[in-house]
Write a protein that binds this ligand. Structure first.
Ligand SMILES: C[S@@+](CC[C@H](N)C(=O)[O-])C[C@H]1O[C@@H](n2cnc3c(N)ncnc32)[C@H](O)[C@@H]1O
Length: 405
């Protein structure tokens, strides 16, 4: 096995160091010289020969094995600057530039949702996150990312694996913090039958979860797993999208509210369960559109049960295939928060509309830049971008862009 030396030039979008070639060197940083054995274009058995000033000792003891975090070896300042730069470069690639507000990074131990992997073992069961680029589970005892109230979900995942993982299969346990306690949705488990369902019902009580869902079937709701959006309380469908941290959600909503300003009517596109719609309804009438009917039902109910909000109407609609046409965008402002694929078709309609303000929330700088270019070409200004980091120590980047005309 021949070792070769490489000079790391930059980080790729997944957080790997990249040297000339390109050669990908996981857990390395720009400016470092590393050596290792080439396996295709990846460097294995890597050693850092000269280390970057941005390198720090990883705060978590599980960092080497657990694939949950990818950037604990870099200082907070480096990660913050890198995330802003990822967005800046994505915009530059389509010929755009703008002002950047200081990044808002969620605190350590603030994540309110996690997808935990669990499986049976000879001795019982194990739970944790997959090792880096591997299907093997790294069992963890502590985590600097998860909110302390979410930590019991690891033990719950283990217990559920003992009961309901097939011999070789792996459970995927989505655990979400709610006002009622832990909201647990399991997939990949043993098929349900009457006896197993009854057993799971008892287990839900013993584990004191708020709700237990098994492969899409709600087994038990012991306490409603309520989420609060402004003054409204909603019970999202099991596993429904939710911003990853309370702090991240607050940063995104605050930025969107600033962009929307005093608009009296707002359309919320890709609205989910109402993260933006319900706070916006404090001051504006909102029309919320989302592809999942169950989420729209949740949002509608949350609004009806809340006191003092302005009117919120809901519409279930596939915004990829059937975007809201420019002629129907008869409001003063829009919030749009599409999935990673972005909102190509809907953006074309926004570009044709008379809307004065658009708050564009995105979890993918590349599709954001693509869609931003369509808006700018149609006469919108991209006034500023706020990067929000709710996925501390990962390569994930989120942002809000302020478009006006
Ligand atoms: C990034 S989430 C944002 C949800 C919400 N704005 C929030 O912050 O909680 C994207 C949302 O788009 C919805 N979605 C995905 N594809 C869609 C489509 N083709 N049409 C409409 N909604 C879609 C998802 O169900 C999800 O709720």
């Amino acid at each position: 096995m021949i070792r070769t030396d490489h000079q790391i030039e930059r980080l790729g979008h997944h957080g790997d160091g990249i040297a000339a070639g390109p050669v990908f060197a996981p857990l390395s940083l720009p400016g470092e010289t590393v050596s290792g054995v080439l396996d295709g274009d990846r460097l294995k058995d890597m050693r850092v020969l000269t280390s970057s000033e941005d390198r720090v000792k990883a705060p978590c003891t599980h960092f080497k094995s657990c694939g949950g975090c990818g950037l604990q070896h870099a200082s907070d300042e480096f990660v913050a600057a890198w995330k802003v730069d990822v967005v800046r470069q994505a915009l530059a690639a389509v010929g755009l530039e703008t002002a950047f507000r200081p990044i808002k990074t969620s605190p350590v131990r603030s994540r309110r949702r996690a997808v935990i992997s669990a499986r049976r073992t000879k001795k019982g069961a194990m739970a944790g996150f997959h090792m880096r680029a591997s299907s093997v589970i790294a069992e963890i005892s502590d985590c600097d990312v998860l909110h302390p109230d979410l930590m019991p979900a690891l033990e719950i995942a283990r217990e559920l694996a003992v009961l309901g993982a097939s011999r070789k299969g792996e459970l995927s346990v989505t655990a979400t913090l709610s006002d009622g306690g832990l909201d647990i949705a399991v997939s990949g488990g043993k098929p349900l039958d009457g006896a197993f369902e009854a057993q799971l019902g008892q287990e839900a009580q013993r584990l004191k979860v708020a709700r237990l869902t098994w492969d899409g079937e709600v087994i038990a709701i012991l306490v409603p797993p309520v989420q609060r959006f402004s003054r409204a309380r909603v019970v999202p469908p099991p596993g429904a999208f939710l911003q990853a941290t309370r702090e991240g959600e607050a940063a995104l909503v605050t930025a969107a509210q600033e962009i929307v300003g005093d608009a009296k009517s707002v359309v919320d596109l890709f609205a989910g369960c109402g993260t933006f719609s319900l706070p916006m309804a404090e001051t504006a009438e909102v029309h919320a559109i989302e592809g999942e009917a169950a989420m729209m039902k949740t949002l509608d109910r949350g609004w009806r049960e809340a006191q003092g909000l302005k009117r919120v109407s809901v519409e279930t609609r596939d915004l990829f295939r059937n975007p809201l046409m420019a002629e129907d965008l008869r409001c003063e402002a829009a919030v749009i928060d599409p999935p990673r694929a972005g909102a190509q078709a809907q953006t074309v309609e926004l570009a044709r509309s008379d809307l004065a303000r658009i708050a564009f929330v995105s979890c993918n700088p590349v599709t954001f830049a693509r869609d931003a270019k369509v808006l700018v070409d149609a006469g919108y200004r991209l006034d500023w971008v706020q990067v929000v980091d709710q996925f501390r120590w990962s390569s994930h980047v989120e942002l809000v862009g302020a478009f006006t005309r």
